[in-house]
Design a protein around this ligand. Structure first.
Ligand code: ZN
Ligand code: ZN
Length: 241
């Protein structure tokens, strides 16, 4: 599904667009080279590559697949997609070992309980945050936004029409929707700080790991989230939606 000139949705169980267990999987078309943002929960690797082809794009041009963080629903397709396309896997230095070992932080045990099973892949490009990665003519700036996991990253794309798009993984969602906040490696203090970082990027568009993406006014949705994060608990429980 083409979202903007340069951004496609190519997977997502939440949209019924690829296999069960897949987070939203996005593709950035840099012209000549492509980047994947996350690889889903493993079962959907074939669906994802099929969706890329259906968009008239060549999966062989995928040069890099970023993992926004180490959770199973974002890294499960790493092995099969890397094998099929020859792309490199890029992830933050605080999550890369969990991605390779599928340890507790990756929640792989939960994945297996849900009937998912996949092989891990080596992380080829270890990120620290602050880098800009070229994908053809497009540039993706890496921002370290820990909290959901220690090595969560957000990727900033200045799109051709001048709008700023941010791929934020599970850090945030539309309508200030609260995510999964009480697993291993989670840190609420970091999360609140990372949310301020995201707001500071002044995104027009938000491409989250779950649920709907936003084509405009993304910063307003992040401010809504920030309010919930910092509200009294009694207010939060009546505003979750
Ligand atoms: Zn997650
Ligand atoms: Zn997720």
């Amino acid at each position: 599904m083409k979202i903007t000139d340069q951004v496609y949705l190519v997977g997502g169980a939440g949209f019924g667009y690829s296999a069960s267990g897949d987070c939203n999987v996005y593709l950035v078309d840099g012209g000549g080279a492509l980047a994947l943002i996350d690889t889903g929960g493993g079962l959907g690797a074939g669906d994802i590559l099929g969706n890329v082809k259906r968009m008239g794009l060549d999966p062989g041009k995928i040069t890099v697949a970023f993992n926004t963080h180490c959770h199973f629903d974002h890294v499960g397709g790493n092995h099969d997609i890397k094998e099929a396309t020859g792309c490199r896997i890029a992830a933050h230095e605080a999550d890369n070992r969990s991605i390779e070992a599928l340890d507790e932080l990756s929640l792989y045990g939960m994945a297996q309980e849900r009937g998912l099973s996949f092989k891990a892949a080596k992380v080829d490009t270890v990120l620290k945050g602050g880098e800009t990665i070229k994908v053809g003519g497009a540039s993706l700036k890496v921002v370290h936004t820990p909290g959901h996991t220690p090595g969560c990253i957000s990727l900033v794309l200045r799109e051709k029409d001048g709008k700023t798009g941010v791929f934020c993984g599970d850090m945030a969602g539309a309508m200030g929707r609260l995510g999964y906040i009480n697993g291993p490696g989670f840190d609420l203090g970091d999360w609140k700080r990372s949310l301020k970082t995201l707001i500071g990027l002044k995104p027009d568009r938000l491409y989250p790991g779950h649920n709907t993406f936003l084509l405009g006014d993304a910063v307003e949705h992040l401010k809504m989230y920030d309010q919930k994060m910092n509200a009294a608990w009694t207010t939060i429980v009546t505003s979750v939606g």
